[in-house]
Ligand binder design. Structure first.
Ligand SMILES: [Zn+2]
Length: 64
């Protein structure tokens, strides 16, 4: 299980990235939203979609 965070700034394609706590590209504390503790990035992504009402969410490449 890892802690997962959602970024706040969409990228050029309008996609918000979900990151694990260990990710090198994890945004700093003001630029992220805590989602919860999950066994994998896909579950974190689904939760972010539902709870934060985000249309386009992807798990960061190194966090799947
Ligand atoms: Zn990552």
């Amino acid at each position: 299980m890892k802690f997962y965070y959602s970024g706040k700034q969409p990228d050029a394609y309008g996609v918000i990235r979900v990151h694990a706590e260990t990710c090198k590209s994890l945004p700093d504390i003001l630029g992220r939203i805590y989602i919860g503790m999950f066994p994998n990035g896909n579950l974190a992504m689904e939760t972010a979609k539902n709870e934060l009402q985000l249309a386009k969410v992807k798990v960061c490449k190194c966090c799947t």
